[in-house]
Ligand binder design. Structure first.
Ligand code: TYC
Length: 101
């Protein structure tokens, strides 16, 4: 009788990928007042006056600006809320989302 015990040596490795993050993008338009864009950025994205002004002016000059990066659900919810805030006052203000590379 042999007392040699051979243990299995295979291990199962579970690899989970981190969820892709999504960018919220502020799109420029010709009608929404600058101060209103700044107000929405501060309220919806918790930006300081300074940050909000910078992001608003970047979108104004270049056509669009990345506001923040979140998980898909959060990015979509914030973009919708922020867009709705403008729509309530009849402004064409638009926030979109897109996945990060
Ligand atoms: N272009 C607008 C104006 O001159 C201001 C503005 C900036 C609007 C950024 C939207 O995403 C925007 N009143």
């Amino acid at each position: 009788m042999s007392d040699i015990v051979i243990k299995p040596t295979t291990k199962t490795q579970i690899k989970t990928e981190r969820p892709r993050l999504h960018k919220v993008i502020l799109v420029n338009d010709d009608y929404t007042p600058r101060e209103f864009v700044v107000m929405v950025l501060k309220a919806e994205f918790r930006m300081s006056e300074d940050q909000a002004l910078r992001v608003m002016m970047t979108a104004h000059r270049r056509g669009a600006c990345v506001v923040a990066v979140y998980t898909k659900d959060v990015a979509e919810a914030r973009a919708t809320n922020a867009t709705d805030a403008g729509r309530k006052l009849g402004y064409p203000l638009l926030f979109t989302t897109e996945p990060e590379e």
